[in-house]
Design a protein around this ligand. Structure first.
Ligand code: FES
Ligand SMILES: [Fe+2]
Length: 330
């Protein structure tokens, strides 16, 4: 599994954390229990009782304590075992404590790290720079590996086919050379130009659009659309942070934060548009075999437009990320 446990992954939207509730989830094949105290403070534990392994989320939660459904052991939100009903007069030992995992908030999301040496959240400066309005989209299940999903997000040559009429036109499918570089450990694709039928909110005809992509986390990428006069001026700029939270190596929940520059943006329309584009990708990406991304560059055939995908595969090798990939052998 390499160092994937040291990466942060979103497990909930901050806005959805309801005080006094708990929910079960799976991250990196781990059955987990997220509890939110009455004060709104979240805690994350294995969803497995240390006594006989029963699933704690089948029991009850009163906003301060979980009770296991099997023998009724009670746990506080610090994980400590508070009560063992078969022995009411005895203090539970430290060995009955539930271990807890690291949590932090960022970009409107709650992130978890299951490892002991947490790395950084992906960089997404547009969320905080005050030039836009951010929307957290509902997480969507995706039956493929995180690296296949991220590579699809970085892929340009599919726009005219998978997103015909939205992000491209098969008659204008040429992809110009773009810049691929690693800057401060981040992969960056810049000077990317693609022809789009509707380049921005004020555009009256099709034209070129410029994008910049960054990858600073193996299961996340950002896209920034550069505002320009041809596609509606300043208001047309937007950015997207996309993160795949792995349920396992070939199934993810995909989180997206969209930051739009236009202060008067129709947020419902923006959510609907992003959902449409995302749904267009699902069938094709879920059909890709193998579902795990081959890191041996000889395993698939490439075209010049794939320079970003090839750089992403090399970046994963340098990062030491093998989870969700077919690692290079030799
Ligand atoms: S398995 Fe949880 S109290 Fe026994
Ligand atoms: Fe796509």
């Amino acid at each position: 599994m390499g160092n994937i446990r040291d990466e942060w992954f979103p497990i909930a939207s901050s806005a959805d954390l309801q005080p006094g509730t708990c929910s079960a989830l799976t991250l990196l094949e781990n059955r987990l229990l997220l509890g939110v105290g009455k004060d709104g403070q979240p805690s994350l534990f294995p969803d497995t009782c240390p006594h006989r392994g029963a699933q704690l989320s089948l029991g009850s939660f009163d906003g301060a304590k979980f009770q296991c459904p099997y023998h009724g052991w009670e746990f506080g939100l610090d994980g400590r075992c508070l009560h063992q009903p078969a022995h009411p007069g005895r203090d539970p030992s430290a060995a009955s404590t539930l271990p807890s995992y690291l949590l932090r908030e960022g970009y409107g999301l709650l992130w978890a790290c299951l490892g002991d040496n947490p790395k950084c959240l992906p960089t997404y400066p547009e969320y905080e720079d005050g030039t836009g309005r951010s929307l957290v989209l509902k997480a969507a299940p995706f039956a493929s590996s995180g690296p296949r999903i991220i590579e699809n997000f970085l892929d340009l040559a599919h726009f005219p086919f998978v997103h015909e009429g939205y992000l491209g036109d098969p008659r204008i499918a040429g992809i110009d050379r773009y810049v691929v570089e690693v800057v401060d450990g981040m992969l960056r694709l810049s000077e990317v130009s693609v022809w789009q039928p509707n380049p921005g909110p004020l555009a009256t005809s099709g034209g070129p659009v410029s994008y910049e992509y960054t990858v600073s986390h193996p299961y996340a990428a950002t896209l920034a659309k550069t505002p320009s006069e041809v596609d509606g001026g300043e208001r047309s700029g937007f950015s997207i942070l996309l993160v795949a939270s792995p349920v396992n190596e070939t199934e993810c929940l995909v989180w997206r934060v969209v930051t739009v520059r236009d202060p008067g943006v129709d947020t419902d329309a923006q959510r609907a548009f992003n959902r449409t584009i995302f749904e267009q990708d699902i069938n094709v990406v879920e059909s890709q075999l193998p579902k795990r991304l081959p890191l041996d560059l000889r395993a698939e055939v490439h075209q010049p437009a794939d320079a970003g995908s090839l750089a992403y595969r090399k970046w994963l090798i340098d990062r030491g990320t093998s989870y969700g990939t077919v690692p290079k052998t030799e």
